[in-house]
Design a protein around this ligand. Structure first.
Ligand code: BGC
Length: 469
């Protein structure tokens, strides 16, 4: 169970989920500040990220954990509104720049490679007020922000992720309204936001490519959330087709334009167009790219980043009533197998990750792949001796090893989610994904390693799993 020499072992976090310091030192509000402060039971017990793990002041404690694990890579995100309080480069918050400079420098001093995400769900409120990702104007503002980050940190940061999981973010924030701005536009908002997110990513990649790449020699991509979608009945042609359709709707919507040809998958275009027609829309609810945009979008990623947590079983489900919604457009229904164990929405299916990696290899021209998130939650109260959770990680590493050695997948980096227990969005602090336990009742927010952290450190030291005796 050895991994290739030089394999990257990381852990990931995101700004709003760990930093706290929500209004410290000139930071502007982001949409999650507004959303959580409004209450309304949209987050477990109306909890907020105001303090979270307090990483804004406790970075050195995080660094201790990172060093204890022996990580080769640390993936974190920049808070856009900590750097640019109103989202634009009109005003730069130097204290924010200093904070991230220190993180980057400390990592490099310890020979840990920083992987930086520009946007992990925390839109500056000032930009949301102007329409957020439903507005085309945001594309340009995001590009300016990306250029600012490349020019400020790019002398040292060589792994950039422009946006975290835009494929689910578009739906959760703008279609269903579970995430801020919390205004549902079912059947339209998700596609409109996705359209702008794809163009914004592509613009930022081009900015890097033409203005920074030659000197900085880094890599730029984006990360996708991807549940593995398995046909419920492997012998049923209609379930098989439905699972392919589901993959096209979940992953292909972003990955095909960016990695293949600048345009959405045909099945996504035709399903949405025909549903829209039936529903009386004058045109498809899925916007179209112009020929020029397609050229601009195609080929704008230097590696393929996936975030895998779980698997679902897929069946065809005809949308007889012509209802609005993503599942309805895709005409699918999903379920889980009663034998799968899990917590919250994460059913533990390690083989799903191997299948997903093979799918990425076969569909997207054998790209370099990074797993930028993968993990298992514990619901409160957690157990420091999380033997069962470690078993999930262990089985996952076995599957990764098969993917590399048998399927010849070009996987180079694995990041566990997450370094620390943190603010798990609508679930607040109830759902814990950390390798380190954080006591959110204690003002000092002490970090204590779970058993999984100690075991993960051994895997990193051995560059693989030791065979069980
Ligand atoms: C997100 C993280 C989140 C994790 C666990 C991913 O979808 O990028 O922010 O905490 O899943 O739900």
């Amino acid at each position: 169970m050895a991994f290739p020499a030089g394999f990257g072992w990381g852990a990931a976090t995101a700004a709003y989920q760990i930093e706290g310091g929500w209004d410290a030192d000139g930071k502007g509000p982001c949409v999650w500040d507004t959303f959580t402060h409004q209450g309304g039971d949209r987050v477990f017990k109306n909890q907020t990220g105001d303090v979270a793990c307090n990483s804004y002041t406790l970075w050195e404690e995080d660094l201790k954990c990172i060093k204890q694990l022996g990580l080769t890579h640390y993936r974190f995100s920049l808070s856009w509104s900590r750097l640019l309080p109103d989202g634009t480069t009109g005003f730069i918050n130097q204290k924010g720049v200093d904070y991230y400079n220190k993180i980057i420098d400390d990592l490099l001093k310890n020979k840990i490679i920083p992987m930086v995400t520009l946007f992990h769900f925390d839109m500056p409120q000032a930009l949301e007020d102007k329409g957020g990702w439903l507005s085309e104007a945001t594309i340009d503002v995001f590009d300016q922000y990306a250029r600012f980050c490349f020019s400020t940190f790019g002398d040292r940061v060589k792994h950039w992720i422009t946006m975290n999981e835009p494929n689910v973010f578009a739906i959760l924030a703008y279609d269903l309204g579970f995430f801020p701005p919390a205004v549902p536009h079912v059947g339209t908002g998700g596609y409109q936001a996705a359209h702008n997110l794809i163009k914004a990513h592509a613009r930022a990649w081009h900015s890097y490519n033409s203005l920074f790449r030659k000197e900085q020699k880094g890599l730029v991509s984006l990360s996708f959330f991807t549940v593995w979608l398995e046909p419920a009945d492997p012998n049923s042609a209609s379930d098989k087709q439905a699972s392919e359709r589901a993959l096209a709707f979940e992953l292909g919507v972003f990955a095909k334009p960016i990695f293949i040809d600048g345009d959405y998958p045909e099945v996504v275009k035709s399903q949405i167009a025909s549903m829209s027609k039936r529903q009386g829309y004058p045109s498809s609810r899925l916007p179209e790219f112009t020929e020029e945009e397609k050229k601009m979008i195609k080929g704008t990623a230097d590696f393929f980043a996936v975030q895998y947590y779980t698997t679902r079983l897929i069946k065809h489900k005809e949308n007889k009533e012509g209802e609005l919604g993503l599942l309805q457009d895709a005409e699918i229904d999903y379920s889980t197998d009663p034998s799968w164990k899990g917590e919250n929405w994460v059913f533990v299916v390690p083989w799903g990750l191997r299948k997903l990696l093979k799918h990425v290899k076969d569909t997207y021209n054998n790209p370099v792949i990074y797993i930028t998130e993968n993990g298992f939650p514990q619901c409160d109260p957690p157990s420091i001796d999380d033997t069962q959770r470690w078993e999930c990680f262990r089985q996952t590493f076995q599957e990764l090893s098969k993917a590399i050695q048998i399927d010849k997948v070009n996987l180079q980096i694995y990041c566990a989610w997450s370094l620390l227990d943190n603010f798990e969005w609508n679930d607040g602090y109830r759902v814990r994904f950390g390798l380190y336990h954080v006591d959110f009742e204690d003002p000092a927010r002490p970090r204590v390693p779970y058993k999984s952290a100690k075991e993960y450190a051994k895997v990193i030291r051995n560059n693989g799993l030791e065979e069980k005796p």
